[in-house]
Write a protein that binds this ligand. Structure first.
Ligand code: GLN
Length: 192
């Protein structure tokens, strides 16, 4: 089973490694045609404005919307979460507008630009090691969105049908259980 990692900018190789550890094949996606070869897509962390610009430039906005409309799972981490959101606080425009959430960028404040913690995530037994880097928060969620974890009462992991997002970087540790959760979503979709 092939899972693609959008390779326009950001933490691509780390995600490919985690996908491999989670028992699937990870491939870098640079052109929209390559979306036809994969069953699930990861949009990595990086800089959401840059990723959004490059997505527009190479036709990924429409192509990923079609990918999602076909029910194929998408996992956005950090900047990837931001590009999936319908609303970005303080910005006129969003990017893919697929997931019914309002996000705040760089929301943990300067003194806490990066930190690590252990998080309880719905659907995963033991706590997961989470690395936050200039991370966004989910301020509001629509009725179809299921909150999977919070940190200090703020939403940091959520799911809406085929869409999964995390504020943190699950690919920067050896803990690949959130990738395993995503691989399971892809497997369920294939079986349906
Ligand atoms: N701060 C970045 C943004 O707003 C996201 C940071 C990250 O992906 N680690 O796009």
């Amino acid at each position: 089973m092939k899972i693609g990692v959008l390779a326009l900018q950001g933490a691509v190789t780390e995600h490919i490694r985690s996908v491999t550890l989670a028992g699937a094949e990870g491939v870098a996606i640079k052109r929209i045609e390559e979306l036809n070869d994969i069953e699930g897509l990861i949009i990595p962390g990086g800089e959401s404005t840059t990723i959004g610009k490059l997505m527009r430039k190479y036709g990924f906005i429409e192509a990923i919307r079609e990918f999602s409309a076909a029910g194929k799972p998408i996992f956005g981490t950090c900047a990837g979460l931001i590009v999936l959101a319908t609303t970005i606080e303080g910005q006129e425009e969003a990017h893919l507008e697929l997931m019914d959430i309002t996000v705040a960028r760089n929301a943990f404040g300067r003194q806490r630009e990066s930190f690590e913690t252990d998080l309880k995530i719905e659907g995963i037994d033991e706590k997961v090691r989470a690395v936050f880097i200039r991370a966004p928060l989910i301020r509001e969620v629509g009725s179809q969105v299921e909150v999977l974890s919070t940190y200090q009462d703020e939403i940091v992991t959520a799911r809406q049908g085929n869409l999964l997002v995390s504020s943190f970087h699950p690919e920067l540790t050896d803990d690949y259980r959130l990738h395993q959760y995503f691989v399971e979503m892809v497997r369920e979709k294939q079986a349906s």
